[in-house]
Design a protein around this ligand. Sequence first.
Ligand code: NAD
Ligand code: MG
Length: 386
Amino acid sequence: MKKLAILGSTGSIGVSTLDIVAAHPDKFQVVALTGGSNLELLKKQIEEFAPQLVAVMNEELAQKLAQMLPGKGPEIVHGVAGMIAAATAADADMVVAAIVGAAGLVPTAAAIKAGKDIALANKETLVTAGRLIMDMVKIHGVRLYPVDSEHSAVFQSLEGHRKDDVKRIILTASGGPFFSYPAEKMAEVSVSDALNHPNWSMGQKITIDSATMMNKGLEVIEARWLFDIPVERISVTIHPQSIIHSMVEYVDGCVMAQMGIPDMKAPIAYALTYPGRVPTGVKPLDLTALSGLTFFNPDFNRFPALKLAYRALNDGESMPTVMNAANEVAVGAFLNGEITFTAIADSIEKTMGFHQPHNLNSIEEVLSVDRWGRKKCRELLGINNP
Ligand code: NAD
Ligand code: MG
């Protein structure tokens, strides 16, 4: 019986994780949940999974939730301290890090320090503080399992092989909804066009990241730290069908790929049950039903965000932190209808232009650079909201 703390249980990854838990009650028990503001869903999850501890964003939400739960419910905590309490819950064997954005960093870091194994969906944690997090993973002797489908594919394609024999990691990308849009149409795309992902159903932020291809940029940085591989040996290929989830090329010319129907339940389950596997309800892959698998080089001109991510890694340790912070602000502004789609990458690039990269020595320093990046990007965009 594996005891889980699920951070971000009301999100897309959180809900899929709980689907797996519900299908395997003999294997998993939920000890802690955290949610943002969707109290109705959180209430349902509490009733179904009976966690001991639940964290929400603030005190007001905590009081509301307590009123919604008659009788003896779980202990309810709130704010960053509450997220940390859930991430370090004494009973938990594994923490599923599925909060979106850099908000996931502090709870995930706390879980690592508390000796918890991590199933990591929250890629921004590695983008913003990759080296520090991987150092902490080593120091505290925990395992960090990727949930991101590409990284799960790489992880699976590395199993049983020698790291020294790896030539290249090839991350696949669907290309998103604007894969074949001409450059001049990109400035005009609407929020609903950008939220209409062809293959995956996900939270809003990552869906916009997929449309700009910043998501693939974040994943390049995630792979750099997760697999300790220089960025020059990580490449991206567009694969619109999302059947091959990523690949590892070896020095002898052999390429290992992991395939399947695009459904996050598969990589989530593998992170939870590694090295074992369990049925997930993911539809079987019928190769004969596919019309073909195609691959293209990414177009860095139409998708400048991907180029920015490579640049940020080369610029120095604090630059990905700034890039990630600016991206979160810009994506929020786009979703609010305040800026155009192409202004997302533009404003990130401008924000990066104001930053002198340096090494990062602590999580506190990461948070301070993150705050600076958000403030600068907001200032450049002339907006006030977070
Ligand atoms: P989502 O928006 O659906 O859910 C996010 C969760 O985090 C929710 O429970 C929300 O309440 C909570 N949350 C948001 N802001 C918070 C804050 N400031 N403090 C505490 N909790 C907060 O997002 P998602 O699509 O499930 O993605 C979660 C993470 O997983 C992201 O980092 C994303 O990049 C990564 N990921 C998602 C997918 C996917 O298919 N959805 C795939 C790969 C990786
Ligand atoms: Mg991914």
